[in-house]
Design a protein around this ligand. Structure first.
Ligand SMILES: NC(=O)c1ccc[n+]([C@@H]2O[C@H](COP(=O)([O-])OP(=O)(O)OC[C@H]3O[C@@H](n4cnc5c(N)ncnc54)[C@H](OP(=O)(O)O)[C@@H]3O)[C@@H](O)[C@H]2O)c1
Length: 253
């Protein structure tokens, strides 16, 4: 562990994204993983699951964080809307920054984030990939350049276990199109749930006699986990307030 490593908690650590983020953070000198956290009802906390689980850091609940090796400077959350409320409470308890990777946020989760942002740095990132941040900017610029002569739509494809639709990324791309002057009706965003697809997003511009497609395909969840860790390291030393992936990557403009 390096002298300047960032103490971090991974929340939702037994899930698909949380476990990959925990795995990569534990192998990265830039981080000191002080706890892996899930909720008290998590099947991953049952004795049989604990016995099978690999790794030196046990899974804990928020009520079982009394003796941490170091207080976290940042918490990364990949859980559920209900889990986001719990993650906000953890961030408040430790005066830590919070990166929310969870999508499909409901009103209680959004309210908890707004309250936390008064006292902590908070970044809500429905997609933590550098490529998607760049795609969002390109899509905004294309909408501006093509103007009303071109219609636009979004198609997103994900694995069958994904709970929200359309994806947080599709919503982010729709807002990028809106920034470029093209507001999509709900019927112009299509979601397909099939197999174990990690995530594919296509923005299609259809004009007279020509079609333009911008496609992003995620190769594995490590893409999102690496992006989340990069953003978390950046966020840990920020003053209270709301941040975006564009702030981390400094690609606005
Ligand atoms: N930002 C991005 O780039 C990105 C990329 C991929 C996915 N995501 C989003 O990240 C979220 C997680 O996705 P996933 O595929 O990892 O889902 P998942 O495999 O279902 O994992 C969710 C994890 O959260 C835990 N959890 C559920 N409720 C909780 C609560 N109240 N408190 C604490 N932990 C709780 C679950 O525990 P148990 O299963 O043990 O109950 C599980 O470990 C989703 O919203 C997904 O859309 C974001």
């Amino acid at each position: 562990m390096s002298a300047i490593s960032t103490p971090i908690i991974i929340h939702g650590a037994s899930g698909r994204m949380g476990s990959r983020t925990a795995h990569l953070a534990q192998r990265d000198d830039a981080f000191n993983v002080v706890a892996l956290v899930s909720h008290a009802r998590s099947p991953a906390l049952e004795p049989s699951a604990r016995a099978i689980a690999q790794g030196a850091i046990p899974l804990r609940t928020p009520h079982d964080l009394g003796s941490l090796p170091q207080e976290p400077a940042v918490i990364v959350d990949f859980s559920s809307p209900e889990g986001v409320v719990a993650a906000c409470e953890l961030a408040r308890r430790f005066s830590a920054a919070l990166l929310v990777g969870t999508t499909g946020l409901d009103e209680p989760a959004r309210a908890a984030i707004d309250t936390l942002a008064r006292t902590s740095a908070v970044l809500v990132a429905p997609n933590t990939s550098l490529g998607v941040a760049a795609v969002a900017r390109a899509v905004r610029d294309l909408a501006r350049a093509l103007g009303p002569a071109f219609d636009a739509g979004i198609i997103e494809v994900h694995h069958t276990k994904k709970k929200d639709a359309p994806s947080g990324t599709a919503i982010r791309l729709a807002s990028a199109l809106a920034e470029g002057g093209r507001t999509l009706p709900p019927s112009a965003i299509a979601a397909l749930r099939v197999g174990d697809v990690v995530g594919e997003h296509t923005v299609r511009f259809v004009g007279p006699d020509e079609t333009i497609e911008v496609i992003h395909r995620a190769g594995s969840r490590d893409l999102f986990a690496r992006g989340a860790l990069r953003a978390a390291a950046w966020l840990a030393s920020r003053p209270p307030g709301r941040y975006t992936m564009s702030d981390v990557l400094a690609i606005d403009g």
